[in-house]
Write a protein that binds this ligand. Structure first.
Ligand SMILES: Cc1cc2nc3c(=O)[nH]c(=O)nc-3n(C[C@H](O)[C@H](O)[C@H](O)COP(=O)(O)OP(=O)(O)OC[C@H]3O[C@@H](n4cnc5c(N)ncnc54)[C@H](O)[C@@H]3O)c2cc1C
Length: 271
């Protein structure tokens, strides 16, 4: 399958990228790793006339410490995030979740910004950033704004990033010494999760059960009042009705969710 023809632009600054988005309006689309956008273009689910490739913008690269937070540039690849010694020490959940994305080829092209902006309900990183209490840094024509991960994901393939804006970074509080766990169940190796569960301290987040990463607040409340893991995990699907699909019906997905929540909680140190 071959995408429809498009113009290709490769700006070297965020300002130039924003100008290209402003100049081309609905006709333009940002491309980062291309691992979600290009398949959509081949299937004609997306047909942008102009691609704005942000892969050559140095400001969007790198993983640095800023006070008690770690700031991850949007075009950091999954492999970079997974292999970061800084993240392994300060936000290990995020490094581990990135290591679970697809296969080595996908991890060497796909970016954290692309994965979050794409907002696939089955993806690994959206669940991880919500559990990690992250904040998204967005830049657009009216300046810079920050959106907490809890408010960033608006629905399947829909986020707080407007078409004329760029997600430039993810800012995560350092969580050294905080218990964490990440569990993902796949049908085949290197696949999207049928269900994913991320735990970081008191935050418990489910993937693959709703259109956006789902805070399992009933589990969080039960843990706060000292409920043992198995009884707390049994509450994981309270308030959510996972859709059935070709890989799992609703009942099986709920069962997986409870089992994986229990495992992730134990990995995070709950008993
Ligand atoms: C074979 C295969 C297996 C995969 N397996 C998994 C998996 O197991 N788990 C998983 O989570 N994902 C998986 N993925 C998806 C992968 O993680 C993608 O890399 C990711 O979803 C998109 O990142 P990207 O950099 O490739 O974004 P792109 O495809 O370039 O862009 C995706 C979307 O985000 C927008 N965008 C990108 N960057 C920005 C930005 N900085 N600001 C604003 N908008 C932006 C684009 O306009 C586009 O709409 C898989 C993909 C493939 C092809």
């Amino acid at each position: 399958m071959i995408p429809a023809p498009f113009d290709y632009q490769r700006p070297t600054t965020v300002a130039d990228a924003l100008q290209l988005l402003a100049d081309n309006g609905d006709e333009a689309k940002v491309i980062a790793g291309g691992h979600s956008l290009l398949p959509m273009m081949k299937l004609r689910f997306a047909q942008p006339a102009v691609l704005v490739d942000i892969g050559n913008i140095d400001e969007l690269k790198g993983i640095v410490t800023s006070g008690d937070r770690i700031v991850i540039g949007a075009t950091s690849t999954h492999a970079t995030v997974a292999g970061s010694a800084l993240l392994a020490e300060r936000v290990p959940l995020l490094a581990h979740a990135a290591s679970q994305v697809g296969d080595p080829q996908v991890r060497h092209r796909g970016t954290i910004g692309g994965s979050l902006a794409h907002s696939d309900p089955a993806a690994d990183l959206p669940v991880a950033v919500v559990a990690a209490d992250a904040t998204m840094v967005i830049v657009g024509p009216s300046g810079r704004r920050e959106v907490h991960a809890d408010d960033f994901f608006r629905g399947p393939f829909e986020t707080a990033v407007e078409p004329d804006e760029l997600l430039v970074a993810v800012s995560v509080p350092a969580a050294t010494g905080i218990g964490w766990g990440y569990e993902k169940f796949t049908q085949r190796a290197n696949d999207w999760g049928m269900v994913g569960v991320a735990v970081s301290g008191a935050r418990v987040v489910l993937g693959g059960v709703a259109g956006v990463p789902w805070r399992a607040t009933a589990v969080e409340e039960a843990l706060r009042s000292g409920t043992p893991v198995d009884r707390a995990a049994a509450l994981a699907t309270d308030g959510v009705s996972p859709a059935g699909d070709i890989r799992a019906d609703e009942r099986y997905r709920k069962h997986l969710t409870v089992v994986l929540t229990g495992r992730a909680l134990r990995a995070a140190g709950y008993s």
